[in-house]
Design a protein around this ligand. Structure first.
Ligand code: ADP
Ligand code: MG
Length: 694
């Protein structure tokens, strides 16, 4: 894959869902382009390409030939002061003219006025239509030359048909409503775009860096990793980093959605785009810009469009057939009734753009609303899957439990002392990141034991660790790891208490047992009850821990369980459910569960802020460790799909009714033109409800 490069190219001028298709096709047709994703909301294209075959100028040319522009930072689009002034004037004039004509024509149709418009000689009428619709007709012809049919194509044919039968005023009104429709769509897209832009605006543009013993304000991209920055009270932190001095309360709502500020001090990690209140901080930079947790969140939200829902794929497919179907109905209407006006109305009433908008607008609203509350949803696809999920699988350590187990018992066996066992265990766990390892180290530190440094560290996921220490082989882990651990009475007793046991062997000989207890997160039982209430029937605990610990906890929660699983066993369980046709959601801590999370239909990672693996592997990342977010995301998903279905049903019914009335000559072209711009606004209004999720 040496010859693959990924470029991100800003694209300007995309106003409708159709536009992304045109840009995509234009770029995809270039040789050397392997993959193209075009994003309507973040106004960019992400292109995977072979740099030896294609370069940026070539792509810019392709984009330009499709009728859009790819502005480069170096060459901003030329300012055109005259155009800036003439456009609003023309728009205003067009608006007044359009509305007046609309009233006149409707009035004529209702018989309120004498036929005023018929007084105008036809050449003048044609000139007015040409002037009003010039840019639209130009685009339609350009697209037609490339073999593309757009919704404007049919409407333009409708306008021309109206002209031919001597209804120039109707043609003008059709043009007018094409513009209104464009505007409605532009407005709808802008609205969705703003959600992402508001998010991006949370990150500060500059940082106060300590350089040469002085404070210096620099653009945030110029801060280097390792540099120290100063954050004053009331300022947003510009980078990810570690506090080296100072105390502050930090409002992390931008990342976690949690309104309660947290206390930070030396050693704490802080995130870009969060706000320091009360107190200044000196922070050593660990990450800047797109690498920060916040940067990743923004990127994922921007690119959420790439993971499109199945309903959207179906709607898109349908859109492709829709225009030919409408053209067919129009032809049929003309052949059967010979009524040119009815035919015109059929061509004009069709609003294919609404089908394309019905899904993404609702999805984007929910993804935006979720991001504000600490729920990072990577695409509409996952909302759709969550809405129909029927199996929930849970990881235990660090997910259901706080993941901060305490060592409660240390039992020496082969002539060693309890202190020896703890010291050996702590040495063995020196480099492990497992929560149990942390518990062992904490217990050793509490007894002021020095942590010896082992050589040859090896971690075996789901089992334990193995190290070399002073010439001995030290192993710490569960029974799988240490087969010598037989069922001693003391072991059975500890397990009956629901404790997790760590066996320690020296040179393959069992030397001691450590027991750890972990605390269940307090909000779990209520959250699981809520999940059940949302229709998820099967909830199952999957753990690498022993039978008894798993059983005790599962019973307490009223869920099924499987114990002693290795990470690959967890994947197998997920696959097994999937093979039986279930839609599986898995909640895990993201680090050692990453593969199972990725395999699940929807993998939800707990407490993902600051952990890259979790954010990358999961489909939904919970930015704070809070189980109430799990039923919440399910609820959001259901509401979203409800709105999507309503949008689609509304559009479908609207079109069927509109087409029928038009075909039978009941709906005059003039009202048909007005009618076609309404569904977009209906969809926008309906989907906006999702922005205000409680
Ligand atoms: P869970 O599925 O409950 O999150 P893991 O897969 O992380 O558990 O680990 C499963 C089991 O493997 C633990 O209960 C423990 O017995 C053992 N284990 C894993 N890593 C370690 C370690 N670093 N030290 C000791 N035991 C470990
Ligand atoms: Mg775990």
């Amino acid at each position: 894959m040496a010859n693959t490069q990924t470029l991100e190219i800003p694209i300007a001028g995309m106003d409708c869902a159709e536009c992304t298709q045109h840009v995509r096709q234009a770029i995809a047709s270039l040789p050397g382009v392997k993959e193209v994703n075009v994003f309507l909301t973040s106004e960019k294209a992400v292109v995977r390409l072979d740099p030896t075959l294609v370069d940026l100028p070539l792509i810019h040319k392709a984009v330009a030939s499709a009728g859009y522009s790819a502005p480069t930072p170096a060459a901003p689009p030329p300012a055109r002061p005259l155009a800036n002034l003439t456009r609003p004037v023309l728009t205003l004039f067009g608006l007044v003219f359009g509305v007046v004509l609309f009233i006149v024509v409707v009035g004529e149709w209702l018989g309120l006025f004498e036929a005023i418009t018929e007084q105008v000689p036809w050449p003048l009428g044609w000139i007015i239509v040409g002037a009003a619709g010039y840019s639209i007709f130009r685009n339609v012809i350009r697209a037609a030359l490339k073999g593309q049919i757009t919704s404007h194509t049919l409407m333009s044919v409708g306008a021309v048909a109206a002209l031919v039968v001597g209804e120039w005023a109707t043609a003008v009104v059709v043009v007018f409503f094409m513009r209104v429709g464009d505007y409605a769509e532009h407005f709808t897209t802008e609205r969705a775009r703003r959600a992402v832009k508001n998010l991006t605006a949370m990150a500060p543009q500059t940082a106060r860096v300590e350089r040469d013993d002085a404070e210096q304000e620099v653009p945030v991209e110029e801060v280097r990793v390792g540099e120290t920055i100063i954050v004053r009270p009331g300022e947003r932190i510009p980078v990810d980093g570690e506090v080296i001095a100072g105390q502050a309360t930090v409002d992390q709502a931008t990342i976690t959605g949690e309104a309660m500020p947290v206390e930070v001090g030396p050693g704490s990690h802080v995130f870009a785009a969060t706000m320091a209140k009360l107190g200044s901080l000196r922070v050593r930079t660990t990450r800047i810009g797109a690498d920060t947790t916040f940067g990743r969140v923004v990127k994922m939200v921007e690119e959420a469009e790439a993971h499109r829902a199945e309903v959207q794929r179906i709607a898109d497919k349908f859109s492709a057939y829709y225009l030919p179907i409408v053209a067919g109905i129009a032809a049929l209407t003309f052949l059967l009734s010979g009524n040119a006006l009815a035919t015109t109305a059929v061509l004009v009433v069709a609003c294919s753009c609404s089908f394309a908008l019905a899904t993404p607008i609702a999805m984007l609203a929910s993804i935006g609303a979720g991001a504000k509350r600490g729920l990072l949803i990577k695409g509409g696809k996952y909302l759709e899957l969550l809405a129909r999920a029927d199996v929930l699988l849970l990881d235990k350590t660090g997910t259901l439990t706080l993941g901060q187990p305490q060592i409660t018992d240390v039992i020496p066996l082969n002539g060693l002392s309890a202190t020896d066992i703890l010291a050996l265990a702590a040495a063995a766990e020196h480099y492990s990141e497992h929560p149990l390892a942390e518990a062992v180290r904490t217990a050793a530190r509490a007894q002021n034991l020095a942590l010896a440094e082992p050589s040859h560290f090896e971690a075996i996921p789901g089992m334990g660790v193995r190290v070399k220490l002073d010439g001995h082989l030290i192993t710490v882990g569960n029974r799988r790891m240490i087969p010598a651990a037989k069922s001693l009475p003391v072991v059975a007793e500890l397990e009956a208490q629901g404790k997790t046991l760590l066996f320690l062997a020296r040179d393959n000989e069992l030397a001691g047992v450590l027991a750890a207890a972990d605390i269940l997160r307090p909000e779990v039982p209520a959250a699981l009850a809520a999940v059940r209430g949302l229709g998820v029937r099967q909830i199952e605990l999957l753990t690498g821990d022993n039978e008894r610990v798993a059983g005790t906890l599962a019973e307490k929660l009223g869920v099924a369980y499987r114990a002693k699983l290795l990470p690959e066993d967890k994947i197998a369980v997920v696959k097994d459910y999937q093979a039986k046709g279930h839609t599986v959601v898995m909640v895990g801590d993201g680090v050692n569960d990453a593969p199972a999370l990725a395999q699940a239909d929807v993998g939800i990672a707990m407490g993902a802020a600051g952990t890259d693996i979790a954010i990358e592997a999961a489909h939904v990342a919970l930015m704070r460790e809070d189980w109430t977010l799990v039923p919440e995301v399910l609820r959001i998903a259901r509401r979203t799909m409800g709105v999507v279905k309503m949008n689609i049903a509304f559009t479908a019914v609207y079109n069927v009714v509109g087409l029928t009335l038009a075909a039978f000559g009941i709906l005059p072209p003039i009202l048909a033109a007005a009618a076609q711009s309404l569904p977009d606004l209906g969809i926008l209004a309906n989907s906006s409800r999702l922005l205000r999720q409680r």
